[in-house]
Design a protein around this ligand. Structure first.
Ligand code: XIL
Length: 543
C-alpha cells in the first residue's frame, strides 16, 4: 500500500508538492533557502530544536522555520521529558515541536524511544519483567501519540546501543534484558506506528570502522530475523582536530545495500575555541564533505544538524574548550559552514566561483637562519574555502603552504629578502598580495661554520626554559649566537655560555670549556626566560 509518509521520509521528490497541499500553508521561505535546495535534490535538511528559544525567540523561530524542512527535538521527546514518572506522560514540549513542524511544512524525526541516558531513575530501578513492560508501554504511548500525525515520519527506536569499541553497551537495558531488548523495541515501535521509518542511531559510526561494522552486522542480523529496522542514523558529532572520518560515503552505501535508509541525524563539527578563519574554513570543508556523501548515496535521505546557531549548542557544555560547531554564529549570522551546506545542496561547482579570497595578513618573520626563516600571517577568508597560500620574493615563488605559516628553506646566507603572500581558492582565484616583510639571512656563526637551532624545553605562566644547539660544519675554537625577542621578554639565568644583553637581543658566547667544537660536533646552552604574555612563549629570531 502506498504510504505518503514513507515516501516523504525516503526523500521521494515527486510527493513534496502533495505535502505542501495537505499541510497548512508554510510561511514563505526564500527560493535560495537550504530547504529548497535540499528538496530539489530529494533530500531533507534539518535541525534539532531546543524548547525554550523555540518558544521565545523570533530570530530562532524564523530561521528554524524557513531554512529547514525537517526537525528533531533536541530533548523534548526523550524519556525524561515524556514520561518523567511511570505512566504520567507530559506532552507539552514534544507537541510544541510537532506543531511548529506542522505550521512550517516540515517532517519530524522522533528522538528517542530507548536510550540509557536521559531516562528517569524509576525506569532504571525496575526489575527485568517490569522494565520490559515499561519499555513496551513507553513506545506504545509515545510513538502511538503521533502515529496518525503526518508530520512525524520516523523514530530513533534505540540510541547508542554500542560502546566505543563496538561491543554491546553494558547499559541497564543490556544488563537486565540482554540484547533482546533491541528487537523487542523495534517490534513495539512498528506496532505503535506501522508506517514510521524505524531507526537505530549511534555516534562514531560515520566512517568504516570497528563500531560501524558492528552496527552493520547487527542491522543485517536483525533484518534477517524480520525485525523491522528501516533506517540507520549516523549521529556525526565531528571535530576538526580529529580529522574527517574515513570512507563515509562507502559506509553509507554498505548500509544502503542492506536495504535500509541512512540519515545523518546529529551533525555538528566542533573546534577548539576561539574560532578563526582557518578553523572556519576547515569546518566548512567538513560540512561540504558530509553533505556530498549523503548526496552521493540515493538511500541517504538527508542531514539533520544538531542545532543551527552556536548560541544554543550542547558542545561547549560537553566538550570543554570546544564549540562553534554549527552553521550560524551566536548572533544568528551565517558562517562559512552555512555557505558550505548551501552550496553543496545547491549543486556545488555548477556555478563558477569567481570570488577571490581576501588578502592574507602581512607575514611576521621569525627563526631567521643562514638558510631559512619562518613566516606566519593572518588567514584569508573566502566565499567557499581557501585552499592554500604561495609565498613570493618579488616574482620568485619561494614556497607554498596549506596553512597560514611556512618555514622557508634553501635561502642564501647573508641575503636580503622581501616577501609577500597570495591566497588561492579551489577555483584558482588568487587574492591580492599581502603586505611585504623584509629580513636578512644570517652569515652563520664564526667563519660561517656554525648554525644554531632553538627549542623551548618547558614553559609556564610567565616563564620558559630555552635551549640552543650550536652545530658546526668545520672545527671552531669559539662561537656566539644572538636571540632577538619581541618586547617584554627577558633572560633571567643562563648556563653553558656567557650572556650579554642589548634590549631584547641576547648574545650568548661560549663558556671557556665548550668553545672548541670539532667538525660536525655541537655545543648546547640553556637559559630561563621571562615573558609577559600567555600561551606559547615567543620564538626568537636567531642570528
Ligand atoms: C544532547 C542534547 O543536545 C543536550 O541538550 C542534552 O543535555 C544531552 O543530550 N547523542 C544524542 C543526543 O543522541 O540526544 C544528545 O543530545 C547528543 C548526543
Amino acid at each position: 500500500m502506498f504510504s505518503l509518509r514513507r515516501a516523504i521520509s525516503t526523500g521521494a521528490l515527486a510527493v513534496l508538492p502533495i505535502i505542501a497541499a495537505l499541510l497548512p500553508a508554510a510561511p514563505a521561505h526564500a527560493a535560495d533557502s537550504l530547504r529548497d535546495h535540499a528538496a530539489a535534490r530529494g533530500k531533507f535538511v534539518g535541525a534539532a530544536l531546543a524548547t525554550s528559544p523555540l518558544a521565545g525567540e523570533t530570530a530562532y523561530r524564523t530561521i528554524a522555520g524557513t531554512e529547514f524542512n525537517q526537525i528533531t527535538a533536541e530533548n523534548a521527546m526523550k524519556w525524561d521529558a515524556t514520561e518523567p514518572s511511570q505512566n504520567q506522560f507530559s506532552w507539552s514540549a514534544a507537541d510544541a515541536i510537532v506543531n511548529f513542524a506542522t505550521q512550517n511544512g516540515q517532517q519530524v524525526h522522533g528522538h528517542t524511544l530507548v536510550w540509557h541516558s536521559q531516562t528517569p531513575s524509576w525506569v532504571q530501578n525496575l526489575g527485568a519483567d517490569a522494565l520490559r513492560s515499561a519499555m513496551r508501554n513507553h513506545i506504545a504511548q509515545v510513538a502511538g501519540r503521533y502515529a496518525a500525525n503526518p508530520a512525524v515520519v520516523s523514530w530513533d527506536v534505540v540510541n547508542e546501543v554500542f560502546d566505543d569499541s563496538g561491543n554491546m553497551r553494558d547499559s541497564f537495558w543490556y544488563q537486565k534484558l540482554g540484547d533482546g531488548y533491541i528487537a523487542d523495541a523495534f517490534r513495539a515501535a512498528r506496532a505503535a506506528d506501522p508506517d514510521a521509518r524505524l531507526c537505530i542511531n549511534d555516534y562514531n559510526v560515520e566512517g568504516v570502522n570497528a563500531k560501524s561494522t558492528a552496527m552493520y552486522n547487527l542491522v543485517k542480523s536483525l533484518r534477517a530475523q524480520n525485525v523491522p529496522v528501516d533506517c540507520v542514523g549516523l549521529q556525526s558529532h565531528l571535530a576538526i582536530q580529529y580529522g574527517f572520518p574515513g570512507q563515509v560515503q562507502q559506509n553509507m552505501q554498505r548500509f544502503a545495500d542492506l536495504g535500509v535508509e541512512v540519515r545523518v541525524t546529529e551533525l555538528d563539527i566542533r573546534l577548539q575555541t576561539p574560532r578563526d578563519a582557518s578553523k572556519d574554513a576547515q569546518q566548512a570543508a567538513y560540512y561540504t564533505n558530509m553533505v556530498n556523501a549523503c548526496l552521493a548515496v540515493s538511500r541517504c535521505s538527508g542531514i539533520t544538524i544538531w542545532g543551527f546557531t552556536d548560541k544554543y549548542s550542547w558542545v561547549p557544555d560537553t566538550f570543554p574548550g570546544q564549540g562553534a560547531a554549527l552553521i550560524y554564529d551566536e548572533g544568528y549570522n551565517r558562517k562559512p559552514a552555512y555557505t558550505a551546506v548551501h552550496d553543496a545542496l545547491a549543486g556545488g561547482g555548477t556555478t563558477p566561483d569567481t570570488t577571490p579570497p581576501t588578502a592574507p595578513g602581512t607575514p611576521a618573520v621569525s627563526a631567521v637562519t643562514a638558510s631559512g626563516a619562518t613566516l606566519t600571517w593572518a588567514a584569508s577568508t573566502d566565499n567557499r574555502a581557501v585552499t592554500g597560500y604561495d609565498v613570493y620574493a618579488g616574482t620568485l615563488k619561494l614556497g607554498s603552504s596549506a596553512s597560514s605559516s611556512l618555514t622557508l628553506t634553501g635561502l642564501s646566507p647573508q641575503s636580503a629578502y622581501t616577501v609577500h603572500v597570495v591566497a588561492r581558492d579551489a577555483a584558482g582565484n588568487l587574492s591580492a598580495a599581502s603586505g611585504t616583510a623584509s629580513f636578512t639571512t644570517s652569515a652563520g656563526q664564526p667563519g660561517g661554520a656554525c648554525a644554531a637551532t632553538y627549542k623551548t624545553v618547558n614553559s609556564w605562566q610567565g616563564g620558559f626554559q630555552g635551549e640552543v644547539t650550536v652545530t658546526c660544519a668545520t672545527a671552531v675554537t669559539g662561537w656566539k649566537t644572538t636571540l632577538t625577542y619581541p618586547a617584554g621578554v627577558g633572560v633571567t639565568q643562563s648556563w653553558s655560555s656567557t650572556l650579554s644583553t642589548s634590549g631584547t637581543a641576547f648574545t650568548f658566547t661560549n663558556a671557556a670549556w665548550n668553545g672548541a667544537v670539532p667538525a660536525g660536533g655541537s655545543a648546547t646552552f640553556g637559559f630561563i626566560g621571562s615573558w609577559t604574555g600567555s600561551g606559547t612563549p615567543p620564538t626568537p629570531v636567531i642570528s
